[in-house]
Design a binder for this molecule. Structure first.
Ligand code: GDP
Ligand code: FE
Ligand code: FE
Length: 199
């Protein structure tokens, strides 16, 4: 697949420069994941008529903060006066919600739709734009994922982005409950909006 050429300045530099930043910031394992998410996101963008450049940037940066230390996240939560309840959660919530602030500050990305795609990529949101749905889904179905139902998730994503959001949301909550993991309230709000109101 040919790479997306950056022309709209969602990232203040070239794609190669952004990739170099990510290679510096992330372990090899996670760097490879974000590149696969980007490719998956760009393919979905082409299928659904979504801006490929936004899809590329969102895919590449979505886990930028994933390897930040707990201490780094706590400093940002306090410095930016973010919701203090965030302190009761951990990396899996912080790398999206707080990660979006870090991406804004460290990478100079200002496009709110992209920043919200990062914010929402783990637990979703009641209202997600097609770009945000695509980022949420691409992270779940990228070719490196190998959980038992991933083939179904991939198939659904080829026919309906919204149905893929529904499938992923239900799957993630089912998995968390089966494993006695706490559920972040925003994840329940996502579930209610996407499952409760749709047949
Ligand atoms: P990754 O960053 O590419 O690994 O993927 P995600 O950002 O989608 O998910 C990060 C982790 O958070 C995964 O292990 C999810 O299972 C987990 N996760 C997602 N939602 C919740 C939640 O509401 N509660 C808990 N405890 N974990 C969650
Ligand atoms: Fe993530
Ligand atoms: Fe990810």
């Amino acid at each position: 697949m040919s790479e997306v050429e950056y022309q709209k300045h969602y990232y203040p530099g070239t794609r190669d420069e952004l990739v170099a930043r990510l290679r510096e910031q992330l372990s090899d394992f996670r760097f490879e994941h974000v590149v696969r998410v980007e490719h998956t996101a760009v393919k979905l963008a082409s299928r659904y008529g979504i801006d490929a450049e936004k899809a590329s940037v969102a895919g590449l940066v979505h886990d930028y903060a994933k390897e930040c230390s707990d201490e780094q996240f706590k400093v940002v939560i306090q410095r930016e006066h973010m919701d203090p309840d965030l302190l009761n959660w951990g990396n899996f919530i912080w790398h999206g919600e707080v990660g979006a602030r870090i991406i804004n500050q460290e990478l100079g990305i200002t496009n709110q739709e992209i920043l919200d795609a990062v914010r929402f990529h783990t637990v979703g949101a009641p209202h997600m734009t097609p770009l945000q749905q695509l980022t949420y889904v691409a992270d779940f179905i990228e070719p490196g994922r190998d959980f038992p139902d991933v083939a179904t998730a991939r198939a659904v994503a080829q026919t309906s982005l919204e149905q893929a959001v529904v499938y992923e949301t239900k799957h993630t909550l089912t998995y968390l409950m089966a494993n006695d993991r706490p559920i972040y309230p925003a994840a329940i709000a996502t579930y209610n909006a996407w499952i409760g109101n749709r047949k």
